[in-house]
Design a protein around this ligand. Structure first.
Ligand code: GDR
Length: 328
């Protein structure tokens, strides 16, 4: 049986990837940093019904010795580095922590793989944020990067370390440049989930307004469940590489809002207000990915369209809030 080690296992992508790997018959090990909130930490894994099937291991991305011990103990065939300080806005408030966890943390995992598990295949969760101030209207693997936040700068370091460990040491190390990917398990601070949660609350009479920042930002939004398949496919190739994972369609935050409110029979004009607190010191105005290489080499394509994604998220938030209202 193959063994996979997943960092960031308690996040949205960690949950969907674990479910996917378990269905493929993998033994899944999750790296978790110690927290006093350990009773609620596996909420996303429980939502997918996989929490009990994962072996959790204590470790931390910024503690290289813990990663080396984990590699020795687990002897993974595949390592997926999904752990990060992943909220772009917080990266201006905690730039050095973000650099340490999101950037140096990835280098620590690479170093632990090189020293203790050099046969393991490695996946780095890179990000479309690395394109930042976009240098081409449609971004592909050959588009120059221009990071616009401490988060994006840290991800870019991790991306280039992945490329360098592949070229310097011959590691089977791949980097997936994933565009935004959402789901009912998306953290509440990210705009899509904030919107679908807000729509559900307004629909159920729990609030009347939803305060957002820049409604004109455009993103290429896909479903996390589809995107974790691309991660796995990259590690099944004979040769490692870098891949853009995207839908090829872009939509504004306003468009996303309109769809979400309409799905609940509401109009965004009646409820959405803008609040400068949610603006960023520097914005990424537009992202649009070309998933051509992933399609050609991996046979991968996004399966969920934006309308389907929005409907699933709004319905899940309505169900979640209705359940908790009944309990109270
Ligand atoms: P992003 O995701 O920064 O693209 O990074 P986020 O959902 O936070 O922002 C998307 C866009 O929406 C605008 N926006 C708001 N954002 C938030 N969070 N809250 C608001 O109220 C709001 N109003 C408008 C933002 O300005 C932005 O333009 C995500 C993360 O998951 C990264 O970790 C990942 O690498 C990339 O996607 C791909």
């Amino acid at each position: 049986m193959k063994r996979a080690l997943v960092t960031g296992v308690t996040g949205q992508d960690g949950a969907y990837l674990s479910q996917f790997l378990l269905n493929k018959g993998y033994d899944v090990y999750g790296l978790v940093r110690r927290s006093s909130a350990s009773d609620v930490m596996d909420e996303k894994l429980r939502w997918l019904g996989v929490a009990d099937r994962i072996t959790m291991i204590d470790g931390n991305l910024i503690d290289l010795s813990s990663l080396m011990r984990v590699m020795r103990d687990v002897k993974p065939d595949e390592v997926y580095n999904l752990g990060a300080q992943s909220f772009v806005k917080s990266s201006w408030n905690q730039p050095l922590l973000t650099g340490n966890v999101t950037g140096v943390g990835a280098a620590n995992v690479l170093e632990a793989v090189r020293l203790e598990a050099p046969q393991a295949r490695f996946y780095q969760a890179s990000s479309s944020e690395m394109f930042g101030l976009v240098q081409e209207p449609v971004q592909s693997e050959t588009t120059p990067f221009y990071p616009r936040s401490p988060y994006a700068a840290a991800k870019l370091y991790a991306h280039w370390m992945t490329v360098n460990y592949r070229e310097s040491f011959g590691l089977h190390a791949s980097s997936g440049i994933l565009f935004n990917h959402e789901s009912p398990l998306r953290g509440i601070e990210f705009v899509t989930r904030k919107i679908t949660d807000g729509v559900a609350r307004i629909k159920l009479g729990l609030q009347t307004q939803l305060a957002l920042g820049n409604l004109d930002a455009k993103r290429d939004w896909g479903h996390a469940r589809d995107y974790v398949k691309a991660m796995w496919l990259m590690l099944q190739q004979d040769t490692p590489g870098d891949y853009v994972v995207a839908t090829g369609r872009t939509a504004s935050v306003r468009d996303f809002c309109r769809l979400a409110f309409a799905h609940a029979g509401l109009a965004l004009e009646d409820h959405v207000v803008t609040d400068p607190r949610f603006l960023r010191p520097a914005e990424v105005d537009m992202l649009l990915g070309n998933p051509g290489k992933a399609k050609e080499r991996l046979g991968w394509a996004a399966e969920t369209d934006l309308e389907g994604l929005v409907a699933e998220m709004v319905d899940a938030d309505l169900a979640r809030l209705s359940r908790s209202a009944q309990r109270n």
